[in-house]
Design a protein around this ligand. Structure first.
Ligand SMILES: Cc1cc2nc3c(=O)[nH]c(=O)nc-3n(C[C@H](O)[C@H](O)[C@H](O)COP(=O)(O)OP(=O)(O)OC[C@H]3O[C@@H](n4cnc5c(N)ncnc54)[C@H](O)[C@@H]3O)c2cc1C
Length: 443
């Protein structure tokens, strides 16, 4: 029933996107109220920049590297003092790797992380529900767990040393009357006048708020994650080991020769206070799976370095047609989590952020080189091409999460039947994304 619901939502979204969506969608810009209270537009003392990217996360750095391919320089503003080095890992599927290949960092990362061959689903009593290889039905599939730190460092290493400005928190933004320039003020008082602003400032994006987007919604689940470290070499086969209970799931996947990524996901009526103390996080994660017959997981949690332990309440934002604003305003555009935060239930947030970067930068580069295409045209084309991709995935991730986190006995039984029949093709289908540009090139 739930799968039927997902499929009907997807069909609905697809029919919207393939009909006259792009026109309806773009007309919504009229609803934007791009203002930050009390800030007057004064650009006389502002430093001029061509393209400013806000946020040195996955989307921001990938966009800067991608622009560089077209000989276009950008300045990346990052609020933190350095690249985010703490935190755990993410799984990147075929579409993420395709994007990383497009910007020339795929093979460098492949050298560091193991290719995951398949998945095994178990119940919390130890019974195996299903298992298969990711390439069983489609040899082109690729899945690896990548350390976020290494991904960010690899992307940053492709940029000139002065391309990222750290300790540069954007605090105010205003557009000139004819929207030809955007004035950005940093927390330290520095002012920049940018011709184009690419906002990659993450799930709590101030830029998205400025553009009129609603705050992301809490999905009712919390994820604990970490990276177990085996200095002498980790002992596991390169596959996803996934266990389901009622309202609880956990799993682990080898990332490299010495590191194993793990996660525990539980339900919670509220996101709760932000906890960063590793001893508390470790204790809470272990407590959740204490009675499960997976001693490996407890061992992994014990072997986890403090700076890789995280606890994240999960949020998303559904980009309803006609209600949600477009992802651009004048010459400012949103990418990645700033536009479409999604829950990690199908492992697509970062993959889609990477796809966004490729699509946007290709269109922007084309506009900057052409007399006939404006930057606004490029943003409109990006908005309609990407909306039809990210909205259905956001909904799907949320619904899959609701099914997998259910505490209802009957729903859990249905889930177990569905999981026992799950085919590799169904699980990896969303990774089969082809960039419009590549489709055009093939024609
Ligand atoms: C528990 C969990 C598991 C996940 N697992 C996966 C997975 O397996 N696969 C997958 O594909 N995705 C996964 N994701 C999603 C993925 O992490 C995000 O989609 C991805 O990080 C989005 O990248 P981003 O660049 O848009 O945002 P971010 O990575 O959040 O980067 C935003 C950057 O902007 C900076 N910033 C914010 N505000 C300002 C400001 N005012 N001025 C300057 N800088 C600013 C921040 O400091 C940060 O560096 C997961 C997410 C969670 C929470």
């Amino acid at each position: 029933m739930i799968m039927a619901l997902i499929s009907s939502i997807l069909k609905h979204a697809k029919s919207l996107s393939s009909s006259n969506l792009s026109t309806n969608y773009l007309q919504r810009s009229v609803y934007l109220i791009p203002r930050v209270g009390g800030y007057r537009y004064m650009s006389s003392d502002a430093r001029k920049e061509n393209i400013v990217i806000v946020g040195a996360g996955i989307a921001g750095l990938a966009s800067a590297v991608s622009l560089q391919r077209f000989g276009i320089r950008s300045l990346v503003l990052e609020q933190a003092e350095s690249l985010r080095t703490e935190g755990s890992s993410i799984t990147l599927s075929k579409n993420g790797w395709k994007a990383l290949d497009a910007i020339g960092v795929g093979d460098q990362l492949r050298d560091k992380f193991l290719e995951i061959q398949g998945i095994e689903f178990k119940l919390d009593d130890g019974r195996v529900l299903n298992s298969f290889g990711f390439k069983d039905e489609d040899k082109s599939q690729e899945l690896r767990v990548v350390e976020r730190r290494v991904l960010l460092e690899t992307l940053a290493s492709k940029l000139p040393p002065d391309a990222i400005s750290f300790s540069s928190k954007l605090s105010k933004i205003e557009q000139s009357e004819n929207a030809s320039n955007t004035l950005l003020q940093l927390q330290d008082g520095t002012r920049l006048s940018a011709e184009v602003v690419i906002a990659c400032d993450g799930v709590w994006s101030p830029m998205a708020t400025w553009m009129g987007f609603r705050q992301p919604k809490y999905a009712g689940h919390i994820a604990f994650r970490g990276l177990g470290y085996f200095p002498e070499g980790q002992p596991y086969e390169p596959k996803v080991h996934y266990t389901y209970g009622r309202g609880l799931r956990a799993g682990f996947v080898p990332a490299s020769k010495t590191k194993v990524y793990w996660f525990v996901m539980c339900n919670s009526s509220s996101p709760g206070p932000r906890i960063t103390d590793p001893s508390i996080l470790r204790k809470e994660a272990k407590e959740l799976i204490r009675d499960w017959p997976i001693a490996d997981m407890l061992n992994l949690i014990n072997l986890t370095a403090d700076d890789t332990l995280t606890k994240n309440p999960l949020y998303d934002r559904w980009l309803w047609p006609l209600i949600s604003p477009p992802p651009f305003c004048g010459k400012t555009v949103l990418l990645g989590d700033a536009w479409h935060p999604m829950t990690p239930n199908i492992g697509q947030g970062a993959c889609c952020a990477l796809e966004d970067s490729i699509v946007l930068t290709e269109k922007l580069a084309e506009a900057m080189k052409s007399k006939h295409i404006s930057v606004e045209d490029a943003f409109k084309a990006y908005g309609s091409e990407r909306w039809s991709r990210v909205f259905p995935l956001t909904v799907m991730a949320n619904r899959v999460g609701a099914l997998l986190q259910s505490e209802n006995k009957l729903i859990c039984s249905v889930r177990n039947i569905l999981m026992s029949k799950l085919k590799p093709r169904t699980m990896t289908r969303h990774a089969n994304y082809e960039f419009e540009q590549s489709k055009r090139d093939r024609r």
